[in-house]
Write a new protein. Structure first.
Length: 111
């Protein structure tokens, strides 16, 4: 499958990894929008949050259990978790990912 993030998982495209286990990978965004900008992705290819269902949600719960550990390691006490779902919402890479943004006082505008 021609998916950028699947290629990052496979190691075919380099990334700066900050966390990895059997279910998920976290790496630094190539174009950070905050001092800390990390992407957390499931190793299983899901196109977006719109594909989360009762069968695959275990990995989503796992990702959300990993995020506080990643944030702590990055020294973040406040941070934002964002998942753009669909092109009109700003999704440009169609492999589910959660942005972790922090390290500054974030803009409160959401849309
Ligand atoms: P989206 O716009 O889909 O919510 O987020 C995609 C994110 O992936 C963007 O923040 C973009 O900077 C990041 N990105 C795109 N290509 C690469 C890449 O090759 N490596 C890394 N580390 N991040 C990427
Ligand atoms: Zn993928």
């Amino acid at each position: 499958m021609d998916c950028l993030f699947c290629k990052i998982i496979a190691g075919e495209i380099p990334s700066t990894k900050v966390y990895e286990d059997e279910l998920c990978l976290a790496f630094r965004d190539i174009a950070p929008q905050a001092p800390v900008h990390i992407l957390v992705i499931p190793k299983q290819h899901l196109a977006s949050a719109n594909e989360i269902n009762a069968q695959n949600s275990t990995v989503i719960a796992h990702i959300f259990a990993c995020i506080p550990q990643i944030a702590e390691k990055e020294g973040l006490s406040s941070y934002r978790i964002v998942s753009n779902c669909g092109t009109d919402a700003g999704q440009t890479v169609h492999h589910l990912h959660f942005h972790i943004l922090g390290g500054k006082v974030l803009n409160t505008e959401m849309a």
